[in-house]
Ligand binder design. Structure first.
Ligand SMILES: CC(C)(COP(=O)(O)OP(=O)(O)OC[C@H]1O[C@@H](n2cnc3c(N)ncnc32)[C@H](O)[C@@H]1OP(=O)(O)O)[C@@H](O)C(=O)NCCC(=O)NCCS
Length: 139
């Protein structure tokens, strides 16, 4: 299996580095897919929140692939990058890499996902992204 060094994937920002524990296992003893999806959602929300300068809500998981198994005790590295912004939406590409013990910085691709967020106000309604707010002003 191909392994990479962190410097080879630095076009995406490393957002989360986290270790699944036995409580995060599925019935087979591997990491539960729902735990991984939750971490991906969390990581992707960070750049989306920055661009929105405030609250965002996940509106879609456009794609999600599990590529290799994540084991309890692996170090999970989650990278994210904004790939598109719209009027109210922000789309983020996420890649998950695992590091196996004893953590020699060899990263194995474990999952990929694309998620879309919508900037929301305090009432949970969509709002225009700050970068577009003044675009319709006439003077
Ligand atoms: C997010 C929410 C407020 C958006 O409502 P809305 O403004 O009426 O939705 P719209 O259909 O006008 O879409 C808003 C934006 O999202 C995009 N969008 C909506 N559904 C989408 C989908 N399935 N895939 C990709 N983008 C989508 C639209 O293209 C639009 O983008 P743009 O403004 O950049 O052009 C509403 O859908 C909602 O509350 N959803 C529940 C969110 C939630 O509970 N998430 C889980 C926990 S965070």
């Amino acid at each position: 299996m191909e392994t990479l060094k962190p410097e080879h994937i630095n076009y995406k920002e490393l957002i989360l580095k986290i270790m699944p524990m036995p409580a995060d296992a599925n019935v087979n003893g591997d990491v539960f897919g729902g735990w991984i999806m939750s971490q991906i959602d969390l990581a992707a929300s960070v750049p989306a929140t920055k661009v929105a300068s405030g609250r965002v809500a996940t509106v879609a998981i456009n794609s999600m692939q599990f590529i290799s198994a994540i084991k309890i005790g692996d170090l999970v590295n989650i990278f994210a990058r904004i790939i598109k912004t719209g009027r109210t939406s922000i789309t983020v590409s996420v890649t998950v890499y695992t590091e196996k013990r004893p953590f020699q910085n060899n990263l194995i691709k474990a999952a990929e996902a694309v998620l879309t967020f919508v900037a929301t106000d305090n009432n949970g309604k969509s709002r225009i992204l700050p970068s577009l707010e003044n675009k319709n002003d006439t003077n």
